[in-house]
Design a protein around this ligand. Structure first.
Ligand code: SAM
Length: 240
């Protein structure tokens, strides 16, 4: 599958640019948000764990954590970085875990890369114990659509956010850096919410906070940048 081959090829690029303090969005925003919503977790599965930064953070707070990712180069880096979690190779769509094994499942910045996201959500519900928590972090599906971005309108003298083709689902490889193309699947927010409901994952909290100042200062140094979230966190409880 091209998606998996591309992750294998570009894992080192991801690790260099997005882990171990390299990315202000992870450091100042995503990792603290996940820590907040997963507080008190005891048995955690981190699906699409990459090089393990979320898994390590949860292990440091006292949880027993299993990190799972299909990409061998991510699992090798994660194991090398140690810090407590145990790692497995596997896909979100077919979790190699027993029913009701975890009290918390985290899926951070990975479901956008999974084609059968409905199957993945069914699997999340299967491995969660009743009453268990699911913490899902996505590029905000409503605002970070293909074609979205700031428009600097010199005629109206306004800066505004163009949303793009929100209702059109898109499966495409995007060149996110020179020579680095990865699969992203855009889906409207309702598809995620409906699939979670069908899986018995009932939303109980949500966060869509502004991007961190260190990030906006580096890329969009104007006040409007703080009004458009980049990340959506949805928390759900597995119905009994
Ligand atoms: C953007 S990285 C995020 C890594 C980690 N969750 C984090 O936030 O640091 C996306 C990860 O999703 C993984 N991935 C791709 N397809 C997947 C699938 N079908 N099931 C689970 N993970 C997948 C990739 O290998 C990659 O490590």
């Amino acid at each position: 599958m091209k998606n998996e081959a591309q992750w294998e090829r570009h894992a080192a690029w991801w690790q260099r640019n997005y882990s171990q303090g390299a990315d202000p969005e992870y450091e100042d925003h995503i990792l603290p948000l996940v820590a907040h919503h997963a507080a008190g977790a005891r048995r955690v599965l981190d699906i699409g764990c990459g090089e393990g930064q979320v898994a390590r953070q949860l292990a440091a707070s006292g949880a027993r954590v299993v990190g799972l990712d299909p990409t061998a180069a991510q699992i090798t880096a994660a194991s090398g970085r140690a810090g407590g979690p145990r790692y497995l190779r596997g896909r979100a769509e077919a979790l190699p875990c027993g029913d009701a094994t975890f009290d918390t499942v985290v899926l951070c910045a990975a479901l956008e890369h999974v084609e059968d996201f409905e199957g993945a959500l069914q699997e999340v519900a299967r491995v969660l114990e009743p009453g268990g928590r699911f913490v899902l972090v996505l590029a905000h599906p409503f605002l970070q659509t293909p074609g979205a971005g700031w428009v600097d309108d010199r005629v109206l003298n306004q800066r505004y956010w163009r949303i793009g083709a929100y209702l059109e689902e898109e499966r495409a490889f995007h060149e996110v850096a020179p020579g680095v193309d990865l699969l992203f699947v855009h889906r409207p927010l309702s598809r995620y919410v409906r699939a979670m409901g069908r899986a018995g994952l009932l939303i109980d909290d949500m966060d869509e906070t502004p991007p961190p100042p260190r990030l906006t200062a580096a890329h969009w140094d104007f006040p409007e940048a703080a009004t458009i979230p980049r990340v959506l966190l949805v928390r759900a409880i597995r119905a009994s």
